[in-house]
Design a protein around this ligand. Structure first.
Ligand code: KMH
Ligand code: ZN
Length: 303
């Protein structure tokens, strides 16, 4: 029975970390494709994907950059492709949607509210940068908003209805669960919902175990049997909180988008290394990992 299985998502590169922070962060299409395929081979059944400018690793939205790696991943693996519509907080909504409109994937992320989304604390941790855009981007997040208005969310949902794309609903605080409930009541989203609880982004809910229990308690109340939760946590909180999620019956997201490390003071050398680690933990806990086919079935994806 797939119902009790854990869906492992790997978020391969994101737009939060920058090349100076880790030499292992994939940035070129080749690197993104290779690391995605290896993550799928290690046990990830969903690949959450962003693109980067191959020249300097800057977050990118051009669909052509996505198309330089998406077909390679699809050809080499059966994993579910999940394209970010969050992009980066410095992109417009249409920039964030451009690749999804073009590729019409099985799944996209959908961020459930507007918020501060700060990267600037990382400025203190590095003395020099490989590229001038890195400190500039981090500094810009001091005075920008990750904009996801109700109308923005409706626009992305309308895209999803047309494309047959379902969503990873990213909820960074308890209020975002109530916003999702609002869309459920309006009939604009349908169960089974895949709700990603996001912990540890500066501007969102903190990475405390009590917060995970509270998010789950409220989501259980709002969505009952009609949802499946997954957890991602930023930085060093990643493995402890996703492990807690799995023991509570949830799914997990790992990957270099969310954390560059494998453990304290140790950079992960690839996305696959993090997938392999959570897989070992899950197996030690006698929890089974869902295959891509089982994930499609559990989340009612178009396949
Ligand atoms: N970087 C994560 C905290 C998105 O791509 O839509 C959130 C994220 C957003 O994955
Ligand atoms: Zn993302």
């Amino acid at each position: 029975m797939a119902r009790g299985k854990v869906i492992v998502t790997c978020a391969v590169t994101g737009s939060v970390h920058t090349p100076t922070m880790s030499p292992h962060l994939p940035v070129t299409p080749d690197q993104i494709a290779e690391q995605s395929i290896a993550a799928a081979e290690a046990g990830a059944s969903i690949l959450h994907l962003h693109a980067r400018d191959p020249k300097d690793g800057r977050p990118a939205f051009d669909p052509e950059v996505f198309l330089a790696f998406l077909p390679r991943i699809k050809q080499a693996s059966d994993a579910v492709i999940n394209i970010s519509t969050g992009g980066s907080s410095l992109m417009t909504l249409e920039q964030r949607l451009a690749a999804a409109r073009r590729a019409q994937p099985e799944m996209c992320s959908l961020n459930m509210g507007s918020m501060n989304f700060a990267l600037f604390p990382a400025l203190e941790r590095f003395e020099s940068w490989q590229h001038a855009w890195e400190p500039e981007l981090l500094e810009a997040t001091r005075d920008s908003i990750f904009r996801n208005t109700f109308k923005d969310i409706e626009t992305i949902l309308a895209f999803g209805r047309e494309a047959g794309t379902r969503f990873e609903f990213e909820c960074y605080d308890v209020g975002h669960l109530y916003s999702l409930k609002h869309f459920l009541e309006r009939g604009l989203v349908e169960p089974p919902l895949f709700v990603q609880f996001v912990f540890g982004v500066l501007g969102g809910i903190g990475p405390d175990p009590e917060n995970l229990l509270h998010m789950k308690r409220i989501a259980d109340k709002l969505f009952g049997e009609g949802y499946r939760f997954s957890v991602l946590a930023a930085g060093r909180h990643q493995m402890p909180l996703v492990t807690m999620a799995a023991t509570l019956g949830g799914s997990v997201r790992v990957g270099l988008e969310d954390s560059l490390t494998l453990g304290p003071g140790r950079l992960a050398t690839s996305n696959a290394e993090q997938v392999a680690k959570i897989r070992r933990i899950l197996e030690e806990l006698s929890l089974e990992v869902a295959t891509p086919a089982e994930a499609r079935d559990l989340l009612a994806l178009k396949g």
